[in-house]
Design a binder for this molecule. Structure first.
Ligand code: SF4
Length: 360
């Protein structure tokens, strides 16, 4: 049976007000100068929330500034080509986020006349917007009493309530949602939501929580246990499979590199990558596939890129070609990429790394 909000409040003691403690800490120590906290609009909050999924604030800030300069409102984003959006996302990873961002902008422009809906249910119907992101938009953009449960908040609540299981477990996650709802204040939901994110990021950190400065410590079960970092439990370990790939760095006489666009679905969907070659005879393969004659080829150092569900060992092979017989057409998914005057296309991080390897 689900634990009710009232029984949780009772269990934690009526005298202690979780939200009051968190809000007064926020007034003294919370972050108030983040770029998306200025000129707050639902669009700015939405973009920041999508960028912040699996990415730290310090990484997101320059991306957010660049994004807002180019796409200051949802209609600009909706009207932009996807390649332009992926280009601005290059290096942030998890590119499905950028594709969903673009799709959502088009939906908002077409179905909501450019205005974000303010109900959590409607927000959750948008591509890439889950319950926590919808809650954050409701709370931060519209100051509504909606809970969030991102990684930081899961950690704070798990520790406060002494939840020692892994929060990725569905039942545990449901329990944490109940706690998140029970802790909400009646007023100042925007500040409270930001405060919970800040508490998780600044004090209740993963490995060494700074409990001495925490406004929750006197009622926190993890703190009372003496080993707060043991909470919550971690994901059961499983060994990731390893895959290998040869990526061909085909370079023409002008020093331009041949890039091929990935299919829109799957790994690096819609981004521009290097051609993958599974065959041993590179010369033959290159001739057959692109009508290009390889003059010389050299293997570069193998490196590993880890996705959530597998490791990819990448072997780049640099191949110089003598002719440019290939008539490269963007609509056929091929371009010659000039690193000195880069086209506005999205590149996966490992491809940026390879392009850096061959620089100079
Ligand atoms: S007292 Fe420590 S473990 Fe508990 S919420 Fe605060 S920082 Fe986290």
């Amino acid at each position: 049976m689900k634990e009710g909000v009232n029984s949780i409040k009772k269990k934690r003691g009526e005298k202690f007000s979780f939200s009051t403690a968190v809000l007064s800490w926020f007034d003294r120590h919370g972050r108030k100068d983040l770029p998306w906290q200025q000129s707050v609009t639902a669009y700015r909050v939405y973009v920041s929330e999508i960028m912040l999924q699996q990415t730290q604030v310090s990484t997101v800030i320059p991306y957010f500034h660049r994004f807002m300069e180019v796409f200051p409102d949802v209609n600009c984003l909706a009207a932009a080509p996807l390649d332009h959006v992926l280009h601005l996302w290059t290096g942030l990873g998890y590119y499905a986020r950028a594709r969903n961002l673009h799709k959502t902008a088009q939906l908002i422009a077409a179905q909501y006349r450019g205005f974000f809906p303010s109900s959590s249910e409607q927000l959750q119907s948008l591509p890439g917007v889950g319950r926590s992101t919808a809650g954050a938009i409701c709370a931060i953009a519209f100051n509504q009493a909606e809970p969030i449960l991102d990684g930081n908040v899961k950690r704070v609540l798990s520790r406060f309530y002494g939840v020692s299981d892994w929060p990725g477990n569905k039942k545990i996650e449901e329990k944490l949602w109940t706690y998140a709802k029970a802790c909400l204040p009646l007023f100042r939901c925007r500040d409270y939501t930001q405060a919970m994110m800040d508490l998780g990021a600044l004090l209740c950190t993963r490995t060494q929580p700074h409990c001495e400065g925490c406004p929750l410590k006197l009622s926190c079960l993890a703190f009372q246990s003496g080993e707060p970092a043991r909470f919550p439990g971690t994901k059961p370990k499983k060994t990731l499979p390893v895959r290998q790939v040869n990526l061909l760095v085909i370079e023409n006489e002008k020093g331009e590199i041949l890039l091929q666009q990935r299919p829109s679905m799957g790994i690096w969907g819609g981004l521009w990558s290097l051609p993958e070659c599974e065959e041993n005879d590179l010369v033959m393969w290159c001739q057959k596939k692109f009508n290009l004659a390889i003059k010389q080829a050299k293997e570069l150092s193998v490196f590993r890129h880890t996705f959530s569900h597998f490791h990819l060992d990448i072997k780049p092979i640099r191949a110089k070609v003598s002719s440019q017989a290939l008539c490269v057409m963007e609509d056929q998914g091929l371009i010659w990429y000039d690193a000195n005057a880069p086209q506005s296309v999205g590149l996966p991080k490992p491809i940026c790394r390879i392009l850096k390897m061959i620089e100079g």
